[in-house]
Design a protein around this ligand. Structure first.
Ligand SMILES: Cc1cc2nc3c(=O)[nH]c(=O)nc-3n(C[C@H](O)[C@H](O)[C@H](O)COP(=O)(O)O)c2cc1C
Ligand code: SF4
Ligand code: SF4
Ligand code: SF4
Ligand code: FES
Length: 596
């Protein structure tokens, strides 16, 4: 095997791809060749590193020097300085947003330093298209152990001992789910992977499949042995072409290597895996709808019981787990359930991947032990609020099924139980940080619109009830709300939660309920004062400069795209309403909240 003096690992995940990483990689390869370094420096494309907002990112080993926001124009300098002369290029390194200090090593960057990687253990470290690199990092060792040294019950016991709970939203104990299925008699059983990932803002499953597809295949094959299944499907939304391409290649390679397919590792055990592409409906992530979709029918939920472990795909006993759940299985088998259970809190073991986004400096994927506080995630890892004049307001957890958690819960340890107590849910790990420029009524309206759009229409409470709730929220945002609407919202929410058939309807009112619980005064301000305190709802903004607040800085004047603002030095700004198109750019640019 060829040995190189240095490896430059450039991220090829979707975020970096969108930022031009493929062109940067080609330019790096060409420049390395041009400088006569092709036999000394290897350029490897990896999956997502988690720090997507800084893309394209690259890390150089040995050493771990981390480069961010690379462009093709940076390439000649990078290659000549770092690889030819041994002088790392400071201007391309990460700068701490507040202090502007340069942090050269990846491991010292706060975004990475506070994380503990289990599901994302291989991120940024291997070429997702190379099974050899996965194997070199202990890949398929857990499968070999499960097939040759463990009985199906041993496997189930180890996963039960680990305390692993499903990462797709429900948090159901994984080992218990496998045991139910194992104990259900049946010649034909199935193992499925839920890669539908419908929560707005969540992208951990896509990232795992793009960066480390073999970890999912290995976990699924171990479960297949545990329950006695010989066939499986990965249900992945068609909007994830790179994930599908890499998974397809990984399945082919694993089959070629005798790690998947017939007679795996010569043990006599067979497991075949197929990909099924979904059309991207949120409801198809619900387990019974997902199975109907694979069967070629319209993806609609059905009542449970019977649960899939008894009657699942094609009415056969089936285990369905989420991508991140699957990625945790191999380390549990190798290191043991006790090791995994030693991480996290009493009821929530191991780590959780969060998709950190919104008003935070370091947007990206974060894997931390269960029980890590919101403050650590948002401030230490996320780097806090990007706009100095803005204050933290709330964090939305769990997507459309979740809720928002206000400032007083910043020290909340993130685990399943504690998040529920605060009125949200862990969900799949979506974490949207919001500063005080966010209107909580509008936020609730946004999620209700999503739920309404995605309702499959099968049951009346969800189909009609969410429509009514959305109409009321729209009315309030437009300044036509009445106080009695708040009671009506709560009444409708309780009715939908109680009587909807599936989780979409049962949890859909949560964002409204949590904002009513913590930010009722904002609803009242919209209804009684006809004001949107965050100045988001256009109908409730006057688009007038409050001269008492105006600091005469002229920022709004410079930012207005249609020249509707007049301003002169040492004079307050003025808005000409006949020209104003209500785009809110001036509001975003005024640090003194002087536009009301
Ligand atoms: C409306 C709805 C959408 C869902 N979407 C997803 C999804 O995109 N991915 C996922 O893993 N689970 C999703 N779930 C949860 C699944 O039904 C199921 O509980 C999960 O895939 C089981 O895997 P786990 O035990 O590993 O979490 C959804 C549930 C509901 C009600
Ligand atoms: S709750 Fe909503 S999404 Fe679920 S079955 Fe009923 S209508 Fe469909
Ligand atoms: S940006 Fe704000 S403070 Fe500055 S001139 Fe405009 S209204 Fe006044
Ligand atoms: S809302 Fe937009 S168009 Fe109107 S004054 Fe402000 S920046 Fe100009
Ligand atoms: S895609 Fe490159 S860091 Fe996420």
């Amino acid at each position: 095997m060829k040995r190189f003096r240095q490896h430059l690992l450039i991220c090829g995940g979707t975020g970096c791809h969108a930022a031009g990483s493929a062109d940067v990689r080609t330019a790096l390869q060409n420049e390395i060749k041009k400088q006569g370094l092709a036999d000394e420096v290897a350029v490897v494309e990896t999956g997502c590193n988690g720090f997507c907002a800084m893309g394209p990112v690259a890390v150089v080993y040995p050493g771990g020097t981390f480069y961010v926001s690379l462009t093709i124009d940076d390439v000649p300098e990078l290659v000549q300085e770092h690889f030819l002369k041994g002088r790392p290029v400071e201007r391309l390194m990460y700068k701490e947003p507040a202090s502007k200090d340069i942090i050269p090593d990846m491991k010292d960057i706060p975004f990475f330093a506070h994380q503990q990687l289990i599901a994302l253990r291989n991120r940024g470290l291997l070429d997702a298209e190379s099974i050899d690199e996965y194997i070199a990092r202990d890949g398929y060792r857990a499968l070999a152990k499960a097939l040759t040294e463990m009985s199906p019950q041993d496997i189930v016991n180890e996963v039960k001992k680990s305390g692993l709970r499903g990462r797709g939203g429900g948090g159901f104990p994984t080992g218990l789910k496998w045991e139910f299925c194992q104990r259900t008699p049946g010649e034909i059983k199935y193992v499925l992977c839920n890669a539908d990932e419908g929560d707005p803002g969540a992208f951990m499953d896509r990232s795992i499949l793009e960066a480390d597809p073999h970890s999912v295949i290995e976990g699924m094959t171990i479960a297949a042995k545990a329950i006695g299944a010989h066939h499986g499907f990965v249900y992945c939304r068609a909007e994830y072409p790179l994930a599908i391409e890499r998974l397809k290649l990984a399945i082919e390679k694993a089959t070629e290597y005798g790690l998947l397919g017939d007679n795996i590792l010569d043990t006599g055990f067979s497991f075949n895996l197929q990909i099924y592409q979904g059309a991207g409906a949120f409801v198809c992530g619900e387990e019974t709808a997902l199975m109907r979709s694979i069967e070629g029918k319209r993806g609609m939920p059905r009542p449970r019981p019977p649960f899939p472990a008894v009657k699942g795909l094609y009415d056969k006993p089936t285990v369905l787990n989420n991508v991140e759940t699957w990625a945790n299985v191999a380390p549990i088998i190798i290191k043991g359930g006790d090791w995994y259970a030693s991480i996290g809190t009493a009821g929530s073991k191991g780590t959780k991947v969060f998709a950190l986004t919104g008003h935070v400096n370091n947007i990206g994927l974060v894997e931390v032990p269960m029980g890590t506080s919101l403050r650590t995630i948002i401030y230490d890892i996320g780097g806090g609020m990007p706009k100095k004049h803005r204050k933290f307001k709330a964090v939305q957890l769990g997507g459309p099924s979740g809720g928002c958690v206000p400032e007083q819960y910043l020290d909340l340890p993130c685990d399943y139980e504690e998040i529920i107590k605060a009125g949200a849910i862990m969900g799949s790990g979506g974490m949207i940080v919001m500063d005080d420029s966010t209107c909580m009524v509008d936020m609730a309206r946004f999620f209700m619109e999503f739920v309404q759009d995605e309702s499959c229409g099968k049951c009346t409470p969800c189909r009609e009830g969410t429509r009514r709730m959305l109409q009321i929220l729209e009315k309030i945002c437009e300044g036509r709300g009445e106080m009695s609407d708040l009671d009506l919202l709560e009444e409708l929410a309780a009715m939908i939660k109680d009587s909807a058939l599936c989780g979409l309807g049962q949890t859909g009112p949560n964002p409204v309920l949590s904002t009513l619980r913590y930010f009722r005064d904002e609803y009242v301000a919209h209804i009684v004062d006809k004001k949107c305190p965050a100045r988001t709802c256009v109908n409730l903004i006057e688009f007038r400069v409050d001269e008492a607040l105006c600091k005469k800085c002229g920022q709004c004047f410079k930012a207005c795209p249609v020249g509707a603002i007049s301003w002169e030095k040492k004079q307050p700004a003025k808005i000409d309403l006949t020209k104003c198109i209500k785009c809110k750019t001036c509001i975003e640019n005024c640090k003194f909240d002087a536009i009301v």
